[in-house]
Design a protein. Sequence first.
Length: 53
Amino acid sequence: MQYSATFISSLYILSIVVEIITGLILKHPFMHDEFIHCIMKLPLYQRPRIKKF
């Protein structure tokens, strides 16, 4: 109980460090020169109307 705040804080900081390292490792194999366009066609935006409620 004496070191619980330190333990939780260190786990939080460790998870952030692991997340940054994982992001840097995984960025390079997937970021090639070719860029894949992923474009979704969205329907036209219609303002909400009170009559429909």
